[in-house]
Design a protein around this ligand. Structure first.
Ligand code: ATP
Length: 356
């Protein structure tokens, strides 16, 4: 018998503490062969003893766990947001989780704000570079507080970083299918190389080089502004999109709008062969925290992604099937048209999972 997969669970702050328990409930209901260990990293811990990440925290996660399930970080009591940066960006950067994978899938036509769009029309994935770009916070401010103030934010793009994320996108395209069966066929690279010529030039050259190794995969390029317009006009042609850290952040929120809002969106932060981290796309959402109204499905679908990545595909499919049913039967939270609370929607899914 194979060993249980070890999963670190870090609910974090705000609605993270409400939605992650529902994801855990689904994992337990399906009987997945996993061992879950919870960690209290987040604002409460930081306010109590000033710990953001305990010493050796990231190496402990990489050594002792197969995957990490994270909620969200951010709390009005910590205005500097230092704990969120150190935990979340720390995990991405220090564990070198360079591929942020965000599937965009419409579960029911009623969730999409576009007219006449069916579930089969929204089924694409955004592969976002996760360790470079403007998120390294390089740069500085000069003459602060004067009329001559200058703020410089550097956009870091290394050949290694660009090449590995583009290659990841092609590999993803080769080894994944659309939900209704046909293989994925096309990788679209999105940049702003007409204005950002240095960084964009590197992305263009590397995209061309790497695509030559995958002659069976179609390629396309779009500027990020044109892509945003196209995504709203007609999302059907999109398949696999690869882009940098900032554009990926922006277009995945737009894409989440097509699938029912950020409450429905899941993501994984991966480095093949290493411990990966999975988190819902939404943040800690302080205005709705503690009210039992946050949609737990983004977190539950994040658990689905994680189980599939751990090789537990049958368990992942059972949970996903239960979420699909919940959406179709409107056994959901209010943001997507139901009347249930966070816990009740999670309980409905868990109950359905255990019946399959
Ligand atoms: P960040 O800055 O990390 O993106 P945030 O906390 O500012 O995070 P989000 O968490 O993305 O922002 O949420 C923005 C708004 O979207 C929330 O205030 C809430 O109204 C809505 N929202 C987010 N997540 C959910 C959810 N799971 N269920 C329902 N509504 C949500």
């Amino acid at each position: 018998m194979s060993e249980k997969k070890r999963i670190a669970v870090i609910p974090g702050d705000g609605i993270g503490k409400e939605v992650i328990p529902q994801a855990v409930r689904a994992i337990q209901a399906v009987g997945a062969p996993v061992e879950l260990t919870s960690f209290d990293w987040g604002a409460d811990r930081y306010l109590a003893d000033k710990t953001t990440v305990p010493p050796e925290g990231f190496s402990m996660l990489a050594r002792d766990f197969d995957a990490i399930l994270v909620g969200a970080f951010g709390d009005p009591r910590v205005p500097s947001n230092i704990h969120a940066r150190e935990i979340l960006l720390g995990m991405r950067f220090q564990m070198d989780l360079y591929a942020n994978v965000r599937p965009v899938r419409l579960m029911d036509a009623s969730l999409c704000p576009l007219k006449g769009v069916e579930p089969k029309d929204v089924d694409f994935v955004v592969i976002r570079e996760n360790t470079e770009g403007v998120y390294g916070d390089l740069g500085g401010v000069f003459k602060q507080g004067t009329p001559d103030e200058i703020a410089i934010q550097e956009d870091v793009n290394t050949r290694k970083g660009v090449e590995r994320i583009i290659r990841y996108a092609f590999e993803y395209c080769v080894s994944n299918r659309k939900l209704d069966g046909p293989p994925r066929r096309r990788v679209l690279m999105c940049d702003k190389s007409n204005a950002m010529t240095h960084a964009g030039g590197l992305w263009q050259r590397v995209f061309k080089e790497v695509s030559a190794e995958y002659p069976a995969i179609e390629t396309e390029h779009m500027y990020v502004d044109a892509l945003c317009m196209q995504m709203v006009r007609d999302p059907r042609p999109f398949d696999v999109i690869v882009t940098n850290n900032m554009f990926g952040d922006i277009i995945t929120d737009l894409a989440a709008g097509l699938q029912g809002g950020v409450g429905m969106a899941a993501s994984g932060n991966l480095h093949p062969g290493r411990t990966s981290m999975f988190e819902p796309v939404h943040g800690s959402a302080p205005p709705i925290a503690g009210k039992n109204i946050a949609n737990p499905f983004g977190a539950i679908l994040t658990a689905v992604m994680m189980l599939a990545d751990l090789g537990l595909k049958a368990d992942a499919e059972r949970i996903e099937g239960a979420v699909l049913e919940a959406v179709r039967e409107k056994k959901t939270t209010q943001d997507i048209g139901g009347t249930l609370g966070t816990r009740e929607a999670g309980a409905w899914v868990a109950e359905r999972v255990s019946r399959f």
